[in-house]
Design a protein around this ligand. Structure first.
Ligand code: FAD
Length: 293
């Protein structure tokens, strides 16, 4: 099934993101992760793509297991910045052969500053979307940034580029993580001015590890609200307490977003299924409540 068609449901979608394990020897651990996540009955599970296509085959392999063994829709992430048209063509053919109908089309990060001088076959995610669209086989998602993309000078410019992705064929969006829902509410108002009306799954990251968080923040530039910094500071040396607080914070964010009328919640699981499980048990009744009441 195509993910764009799932949003017609009146119940908000719940989905998860996982990433392929770095070492070949850890591949078994991902099966355990999928096993637990599948029992939570998500609408789809997305699988990240290594920067520069470094784990192309693993993304495909894992997405294929989700779709063909667990019968859950898989969303394969695909970046293009280091790819040739030929690479992308091969990947699209492989995805199709593996019965995967959904792609999150991304530019990806530049491997180095100097890489920007290279002759690139794809400059932006919109170029990739344009290519995938010609295949007519896939439902295409794209990334969006409620706090603005880290390279972009203004939110307005960012929204013009987002509009371009939608015009090229993006059918649904997944947001970058954020810790203050007000950014999303502002963003959701602004996109209306740009006539962007496609469904949005909101990316939420439960924070359970301070170093992991700081690494993420350095990559995406998300702002940390004071109350969140207090939690991190207070519990950083007590892993169990930080985990508990991270789950509670994410749960609170999600309840607020669902009561606002979110189309979907996409949990960045960091391959820790027990955390996603706890969050879903915190919202078991809320999850099944209609968007329109
Ligand atoms: P784009 O939409 O192309 O935007 C990149 C920048 O270029 C933005 O600043 C934009 O404003 C600007 N821009 C766009 N079009 C134009 C134009 N025509 N002219 C001038 N400027 C323009 N990375 C991975 O490596 N693997 C993953 O699996 C992965 N998954 C992700 C999932 C989500 C939900 C999100 C939010 C991000 C993910 N990323 C992933 C990170 C992503 O690759 C980076 O954020 C990357 O820097 C931008 O990708 P994009 O697709 O948003 O790029």
């Amino acid at each position: 099934m195509k993910i764009k068609d799932m949003y017609n449901k009146e119940i908000p979608l719940i989905s998860f993101e996982i990433f392929p394990p770095r070492k070949e020897t850890n591949i078994e651990s991902i099966y355990n992760t999928i096993d637990i996540l599948s029992s939570l009955e998500p609408d789809f599970i997305s699988v990240t793509y290594g920067a520069g296509g470094s784990n192309d085959n693993k993304t495909m392999e894992i997405a294929s297991i989700i779709k063909n063994k667990y019968n859950i829709e898989a969303l394969a992430h695909l970046t293009c910045i280091t790819s040739t048209k030929n690479d992308i063509e091969n990947t699209l053919n492989n995805l199709k052969e593996n019965n995967i109908n959904n792609i999150l089309a991304l530019r990806g990060d530049f491997p180095s500053e100097s890489y920007k001088q290279n002759k690139l076959e794809y400059k932006y995610a919109s170029d990739l979307i344009n290519h995938i669209k010609t295949k007519q086989s896939f439902s295409i998602g794209a990334a969006c940034y409620p706090e603005g993309h880290i390279e972009c000078k203004s939110i307005r410019e960012n929204l013009l580029h987002l509009k371009q992705k939608v015009s090229m064929g993006a059918e649904f969006l997944i947001t970058q993580l954020f810790f203050d829902n007000e950014y999303f509410y502002d963003f959701n108002e602004k996109i209306k001015e740009f006539n962007i009306n496609i469904p949005i799954s909101i990316g939420i990251m439960p924070v359970t590890n301070k170093n992991q968080l700081l690494k993420m923040i350095s990559l995406c530039g998300a702002n940390l609200p004071d109350k969140f910094i207090r939690i991190l500071t207070k519990y950083e040396y007590n892993p169990e307490a930080l985990k508990e607080a991270g789950i509670a914070y994410a749960t609170e964010q999600i309840i607020d977003l669902l009561s606002y009328g979110a189309d979907g919640i996409h949990i960045y699981t960091m391959n820790k299924p027990e955390i996603a499980k706890k969050i879903l048990s915190n919202i078991s009744y809320i999850r099944k409540t209609n968007k329109i009441s």
